[in-house]
Design a protein around this ligand. Structure first.
Ligand SMILES: *[C@@H]1O[C@H](CO)[C@@H](O)[C@H](O)[C@H]1NC(C)=O
Ligand SMILES: *[C@@H]1O[C@H](CO)[C@@H](O)[C@H](O)[C@H]1NC(C)=O
Ligand SMILES: *[C@@H]1O[C@H](CO)[C@@H](O)[C@H](O)[C@H]1NC(C)=O
Ligand SMILES: *[C@@H]1O[C@H](CO)[C@@H](O)[C@H](O)[C@H]1NC(C)=O
Ligand SMILES: *[C@@H]1O[C@H](CO)[C@@H](O)[C@H](O)[C@H]1NC(C)=O
Length: 371
């Protein structure tokens, strides 16, 4: 018994002294998702071959610098036929590259290789892109992406980064997310038109603000834009955002301003909202009243989780089909107020609801309109 225990302890000690280096890459049972985390100081890079047959692929560099690889790879050379054959046969649809310091020529070299694949979505996160790269020999030789997401990517080329990155992408990009940007003050004259971009998400840039928004929305470079998301983007007033949209002459249909601390600007100069705007999200914006100067007519208006202490009067609201007021304090006090106001306040509100605000009534009855 004692001997067995001794052997067991010895095994434990050995296991502790020589821990099996974890394989950096893992493929799920369905063979769909493959993720590699090369955080080990001496990672086994060839483990990445595990991901060749996957569809969703993630590579994380463990915060390492890839600069020393630059001496070993020729980022300009054309890939050989063997390599392009492999690239063309890849099933990769979504790729994430993250947590590394990468020289620009290497990143753009990767994009050129991805130009041979059918990749649809690319995410770059927590990257520091160093140095500059020569423009591509062949325009738009990178991937034909549908969606590009960047989060916390810094660029040595500062304000010129979008124009530089854009040269590699085919022009079909439809969705662009840029979060935690280090610069959104684009050099607009260098940016070319994004002919198919329908959704621009600049959420989680708390330093942006209305002024920054004007420089980010390069005028006439986003002619197809329909949806703009500005959650937690340092926006101050709906009218300020309206002016920025007007300056960029965007014909938006949906605008998301949720998670900004908005205030109403009394007597702000009037602003014409985009005529096709039909959905406006003002939830979680700390509003104490419905801001003045909202579009006159909307299909969707989300005013949920604000600080509305009283039921908005119909004349304060745009004509709206789907209105959400959930999570506002006036809804909590409603049942009590009915008691001690003897219905005096409540009754007129009800009758005006009947006129045009059946949607509000549905919310009051506890029905989620966006369920
Ligand atoms: C990669 O592994 C390191 C060390 O185990 C860990 O701290 C880090 O969170 C991992 N990164 C990702 C993106 O999973
Ligand atoms: C590195 O990974 C490859 C592929 O998974 C594997 O065949 C090889 O044995 C690994 N090498 C080491 C030293 O772990
Ligand atoms: C942003 O990315 C850098 C690497 O470029 C990293 O050091 C930093 O921790 C990241 N910040 C956040 C908030 O994730
Ligand atoms: C934005 O860039 C312009 C030049 O393109 C410069 O004049 C301006 O100061 C920059 N703004 C910020 C906030 O960096
Ligand atoms: C409005 O934004 C909030 C928070 O970002 C979100 O939960 C909600 O679904 C959005 N409402 C609509 C109508 O999309």
């Amino acid at each position: 018994m004692e001997r067995q225990l001794g052997l067991f302890l010895l095994l434990l000690t050995l296991a502790h002294a020589f821990p099996a280096a974890p394989e950096p890459c893992e493929l799920d049972d369905e063979g769909v998702r493959c993720a590699c985390n090369f955080s080990d100081p001496q990672p086994n890079w060839s483990s990445a071959f595990l991901c060749i047959g996957a569809i969703d692929v993630e590579f994380y560099g463990g915060g390492r610098s890839l600069e020393h690889f630059l001496k070993r790879v020729d980022t300009e050379a054309n890939p050989s036929k063997d390599i392009t054959d492999v690239l063309e046969s890849l099933q990769w649809e979504r790729l994430t590259l993250g947590n590394a310091r990468v020289p620009a020529p290497m990143l753009f070299g990767v994009l050129r290789f991805l130009g041979f694949t059918n990749l649809k979505e690319l995410t770059l996160e927590n990257l520091e892109v160093t140095g500059t790269a020569l423009p591509p020999l062949l325009e738009a030789s990178g991937p034909n992406l549908n969606t590009l997401r960047l989060s916390n990517v810094s660029w040595a080329t500062r304000d010129a980064w979008l124009a530089e990155l854009q040269q590699w992408l085919k022009p079909g990009l439809k969705v662009l997310h840029i979060a935690q940007a280090h610069s959104l003050n684009f050099s607009c004259e260098q940016v070319r038109v994004f002919p198919a971009l329908a959704t621009l998400d600049l959420s989680n840039n708390p330093e942006l603000g209305e002024r920054g928004l004007i420089s980010a929305l390069c005028r006439s470079k986003f002619p197809a834009l329909k949806v703009l998301a500005l959650r937690n983007a340092g926006m101050k007033t709906p009218s300020g955002v309206c002016s920025a949209l007007a300056a960029a002459s965007l014909q938006l249909e949906e605008l998301d301003l949720s998670h900004n601390s908005l205030r109403d600007t009394e007597g702000a100069p009037g602003c014409d909202w985009p005529s096709k705007l039909n959905s406006l999200n003002l939830s979680y914006t700390e509003l104490e009243q419905v801001p003045k100067g909202l579009p006159a007519k909307l299909s969707v208006l989300d005013l949920s989780y604000n600080r509305l202490y009283r039921q908005p009067r119909p004349d304060e609201l745009p004509k709206v089909v789907h209105l959400s007021l959930t999570g506002n304090p006036f809804l909590d006090s409603e049942p009590h107020s009915e008691g001690y106001n003897s219905g005096v306040v409540v009754a007129p509100v009800r009758s005006s609801l009947a006129v045009g605000l059946s949607a509000t009534l549905a919310v009051l009855q506890g029905a989620g309109l966006f369920a």
